[in-house]
Design a protein around this ligand. Structure first.
Ligand code: PXP
Length: 237
């Protein structure tokens, strides 16, 4: 059964909307873990628009499952990761020029810099995942910079309007997952996944973890965080 990582950034977004203390992403992380999630994912953005440095420090102490820190591929962020020691870092694009046309990290176009950040994190004993489009050139580039995992960007699949388009995306994700696995990298997937569109991806055995944020937190507003996480876990099962 694939693992479920829950991205709790939106809880912090709601808190920041009033600049106070509620809702608290720390409390959310406890509830998410109690509901059976396999990991907590947060993105410490360079502009700190949702998750703050303090959240990250406290989450590191609190989390019993796995802390996956999403961050930009910069030295400043790598220094933060090295001091916090998350269980994994996922490098994501934050600036226009590091994006591929679809939205994943352009590893092929920034190999030297990404390799340098991966090496810094590896020196600190932190495994690294790269958030890339399901594109074979990006998979190969990820392998070349010594990534431990790739996280395949499922946004194009999630946004596909017609079934032919969705079929083509499932095929691209399948091929990228197969090649990543063959090259020895672990395969995660995420972005735009929800209670409906997840089902088709569950047929891809190479995908070992799904990282889901928006749909779970949005459902939690209506049915509660515990139920929202349990429902997604049940689908993965
Ligand atoms: N994976 C990565 C690398 C992301 O950046 C995000 C969005 O923060 C997600 C997964 C989750 O996407 P969504 O909120 O659409 O489920």
């Amino acid at each position: 059964m694939p693992r479920l990582g829950v991205n709790i950034d939106h809880v912090a977004t709601l808190r920041q909307a009033r600049g106070g203390t509620d809702p608290d992403p720390l409390t959310a992380s406890v509830l998410v873990e109690l509901a059976g999630a396999d990991g907590i994912v947060v993105h410490l953005r360079e502009d700190r628009r949702h998750i703050q440095d303090r959240d990250l420090r406290l989450l590191r102490e609190l989390i019993r499952t796995k802390l996956d820190l999403e961050m930009a591929a910069t030295e400043t962020m790598a220094q933060i990761a090295l001091s916090i020691k998350p269980d994994m870092v996922t490098l994501v694009p934050e600036q226009r020029q590091e994006l591929t046309t679809e939205g994943g990290l352009d590893v092929a176009g920034h190999k030297d810099r990404i390799q340098q950040i991966v090496a810094m994190l590896h020196d600190g004993g932190i495994p690294v995942s790269l958030f890339i489009e399901p594109d074979l050139a990006q998979v190969k580039a990820s392998h070349r910079v010594s990534a431990d995992f790739v996280e395949l960007h499922t946004g194009r699949y999630a946004n596909a309007k017609r079934s032919k388009e969705a079929d083509a995306e499932v095929e691209a994700i399948t091929q990228a997952a197969k090649l990543s696995y063959k090259l020895g990298m672990g395969v995660n997937a995420g972005h735009g996944l929800d209670y409906r569109n997840i089902s088709r991806l569950l047929h891809i055995p190479e995908i070992v973890e799904y990282n889901i944020g928006h749909s779970i937190i949005a459902r939690a507003v209506l049915v509660g965080l515990d139920q929202a996480v349990r429902e997604m876990k049940a689908l993965l099962r």
